[in-house]
Ligand binder design. Structure first.
Ligand code: NAD
Length: 244
């Protein structure tokens, strides 16, 4: 690829798959999340049952338990070669760079990436539904946990549920408007607004590259698609980009 100066990278669940963090599963048109509970038997949760404000209001015990399980599973996995390659790019790239992740895991930052925007929130963070204060939260979170700031029993996982507005959209749109290369890694292109970033980047004249295990729903929008596992494709692309 030709020389670039400003890069926006969008990552999705696929970049963390080889670390052992499950991606979405789709069956009969419904989307599921798989989590392992104490008995190590996988349980499948429909997205609607665990990832909407309505689900949290209707069954806070189930929703909190689901995120407790995912938080515990996250503590047991490590960043992989793809996260490490992006952290290396972040350290070495003198132009503008923004890694926008849809992931709620912390594997990018554990690998050392700093120019990072979590657009769908973070598993290890708590959000107060009453005063909007945030706090680091690596532990289980029982429903009705009081907020340290306003004392209301209103802490919830700091996750952007379906129907809620993603974080950092102004920063992301500004970065997309200024980038000359947009790279999408390990995302199915099914969840908006992230799925529309490639179109926005193209409109601003950026080159576009997709790195994914298989062709995604949005593949047709990319000038180039490279297919394969992230742990192989991403380090190779970073080497190529830094050598450019
Ligand atoms: P997705 O599960 O819908 O799609 C994952 C994509 O990654 C697929 O296209 C798949 O082919 C690809 N993939 C799988 N393994 C790969 C590998 N080893 N290398 C490269 N590509 C691989 O995920 P999404 O597009 O991110 O969107 C779903 C939503 O799910 C997002 O909102 C995200 O917040 C959430 N999610 C996050 C995590 C996480 O934090 N790690 C995990 C699951 C889902």
């Amino acid at each position: 690829m030709s020389k670039h100066s400003n890069i926006v990278i969008l990552t999705g669940a696929g970049i963390s798959a080889e670390s052992g963090v499950p991606t979405f599963r789709t069956k009969g048109g419904e989307t599921y999340w798989e989590v392992y509970e104490d008995d190590l038997v996988p349980k499948y949760h429909r997205v609607e049952d665990v990832c909407t404000p309505e689900a949290l209001a209707a069954d806070p015990v189930l929703v909190h338990r689901f995120y407790d399980m995912r938080r515990a599973a996250l503590a047991a996995v490590q960043p992989n070669a793809a996260h490490q390659a992006l952290a290396r790019l972040d350290r070495s790239w003198s132009g503008d760079l923004l890694i926008v992740t849809q992931n709620v895991d912390d594997l990018h930052e554990r690998a050392g990436a700093r120019r990072l925007q979590h657009m769908h929130g973070e598993l290890n963070s708590a959000l107060c539904a009453a005063c909007e204060a945030r706090a680091p939260w690596p532990d289980p979170m029982p429903p009705g946990q009081p907020c340290a700031m306003c004392k209301q029993p209103a802490l919830r996982p700091d996750i952007v549920f379906f129907g809620e507005v993603p974080y950092g959209m102004e920063r992301i749109e500004e970065a997309l408007a200024g980038c000359d290369l947009f790279v999408s890694i390990g995302t199915s292109g099914a969840v908006y607004p992230a799925a529309g970033f490639v179109q926005l980047a193209r409109r601003f004249g950026a080159e576009t590259l997709e790195l994914n295990l298989e062709r995604s729903a949005g593949s047709g929008w990319f000038a180039q698609s490279r297919l394969g596992p992230a742990t192989q494709l991403v380090p190779a692309w970073v080497d190529e980009t830094l050598a450019d």
